[in-house]
Design a protein around this ligand. Structure first.
Ligand code: NDP
Length: 476
């Protein structure tokens, strides 16, 4: 079997395949080739061959092509969303939003294509200079399984609009939507070799991409430990890297907060995508004066969440991404219970029974009275478990919020601008929301501080990050 996207083979290894399993049913829904160094090399070569002609086009021409791709994605969003739900598990309505998000990001960067410009500097008698903004060449992109379509757009769109070509590696468990999206871009008129998808294991295909001398820049989203490894691998060849890594986002609910909105924000912030989002609300701090009412209303809301197969109508939360992820959450909660490190208000167990048996479901869980050494507060927890901590004052909330090696997102729920400002200036996070959490429109740059990453995605900054500067000095 040979698969071809944009003129490059995705993988050619006839003998080796990876199953793609629906996490809601445990059933194999498809298989994709397990790529090797050979396929990476081949894809990099195809991307290298396509580069000069792609970079030589007018930026607006590249933008128009992305607009066309976005229109096709919008037309076919229902089928794409079904596929995304089947391979990843999220409810269909959220999959529809993610697929539309893919199209939004393409359109955002397509519209910016006309803004790519260098600079002219007049140096008086000493001469004149032109600063050119140029694409890198072949870029490599690696993404995880939790937001396969959106994260693909965050990397592909700015890279291609800036004139680069790309080799893209999806997660082993969720390659299908990315392959379908790449085919659609192909159909929209992307020239052969501009975007190449290689499926395969991270340690093989991912590492080969990072090491490859033909790859000029790497953009990676995933686990912090993998990110550190990638940075080390890339540093050997001084390859620039953008790293979007994990988070342990705090949400601070101040005493004047609109409780109804904050409860809804916490539920969405933590249980969207079964808690498997980098910027999910992972620790919730609520002012003690409203703590009792807030926790009661939060518990009521969490208990009404409908968990099930994302394709079933009315489902709010799907399964975890697979058996290892459910086991990790299960072990974490058992440890918490055995050590008496918290009080479980609701959930705290895998879901069993009709509709749940074959999939990887875990009950939406709320925990209070959490011990400071519990993994719920010290690690990034990628699942539907929310620890709630009452705090007496803002200093304590900010101290807890910063007590993590991560610095991705944070939110404060208040109408008091001075509180919002205090949180923004003292909490070390790449993005601080006020009366919101999770939302990341393509217009604003997004990137972590501390071990949450380096560099930014989204915004005009991401477009610039796929270019480098070269200067021309003319002495008269
Ligand atoms: P991983 O780091 O395990 O995997 C992410 C991607 O990297 C996958 O495609 C994986 O391939 C690949 N990979 C694995 N090992 C290597 C390697 N040695 N070299 C190159 N590539 C490799 O992350 P998870 O899948 O566990 O994703 C969850 C993490 O992603 C969480 O920490 C989450 O917070 C973070 N994340 C961050 C976001 C952000 O924007 N900051 C957004 C979304 C998630 P394979 O699938 O084959 O293992």
């Amino acid at each position: 079997m040979k698969m071809r996207i944009g003129g490059a083979e995705v993988a050619g290894a006839d003998e080796r395949w990876m199953p793609v399993v629906n996490p809601a049913t445990g059933e194999e829904i498809d298989r994709v080739p397990e790529g090797t160094l050979y396929e990476v090399d081949d894809a990099v070569k195809a991307a290298g061959d396509a580069f000069s002609s792609w970079a030589g086009r007018a930026p607006r021409e590249r933008g128009l092509l992305l607009f066309r791709g976005a229109a096709l994605v919008r037309e076919r969003h229902e089928n794409l969303a079904r596929l995304l739900t089947m391979e990843q598990g999220k409810p269909l309505k959220d999959a529809v939003d993610e697929v539309r998000g893919f199209a939004n990001v393409l359109e955002y960067y397509a519209a910016l294509s006309g803004s790519l410009a260098g600079e002219y500097i007049h140096l008086g008698k000493a001469g004149d200079a032109v600063v050119a903004r140029e694409p890198f060449g072949v870029c490599g992109a690696i993404v995880p399984w939790n937001m396969p379509a959106l994260l693909m757009a965050w990397k592909v769109a700015p890279a291609l609009v800036a004139g680069n070509t790309m080799v893209f590696k999806p997660a082993s468990t969720t390659p299908l939507t990315s392959i379908r999206l790449a085919h659609i871009l192909d159909e929209a008129g992307l020239p052969p070799g501009v975007l190449n998808v290689v499926t395969g294991r991270g340690e093989v295909v991912g590492e080969a991409l990072v090491r490859h001398p033909g790859v000029q820049k790497i953009s990676f989203t995933g686990d912090a430990e993998t990110g550190l490894q990638i940075q080390e691998l890339a540093s050997g060849s001084l390859k620039p890297v953008t790293l979007e890594l994990g988070g342990s986002d705090p949400m601070i609910v101040w005493k004047d907060a609109d409780i109804e909105k904050a409860v809804a924000g916490a539920v969405r912030g933590r249980f969207y995508n079964a808690g498997q989002t980098c910027t999910a609300v992972k620790r919730l701090f609520v002012h003690q004066s409203i703590g009792e009412e807030f926790v009661r209303r939060l518990m009521e809301a969490v208990r009404t969440l409908k968990v099930g197969n994302g394709l079933s109508p009315g489902v709010d939360m799907g399964p975890l991404s697979g058996a290892p992820q459910r086991e990790r959450i299960g072990t974490l909660m058992e440890t918490l219970k055995n050590r008496g490190q918290g009080k479980v208000l609701t959930g705290g167990m895998p879901l069993k029974g009709p509709g749940y048996d074959a999939g990887y479901f875990y009950a939406p869980t709320l925990v209070t009275d959490v011990h400071p050494e519990s993994a719920l507060l010290t690690k990034e927890v990628f699942g539907p478990v929310l620890p709630v901590i009452c705090i007496p004052d803002l200093d304590t909330a900010i101290m807890h919020a910063n007590n993590t090696r991560f610095g991705l997102g944070a939110s404060v729920w208040t109408h008091d601008l001075s509180v919002a400002r205090e949180v923004f200036s003292r909490v070390r996070a790449g993005v601080v929301w006020v009366n919101r959490h999770l939302t990341l429109p393509p217009d604003i740059p997004f990137g972590g501080v501390k071990t949450s990453g380096i560099g930014s995605e989204n915004g005009t900054q991401a477009l610039s990050s796929y270019t480098r500067l070269r200067s021309l000095y003319i002495g008269w």
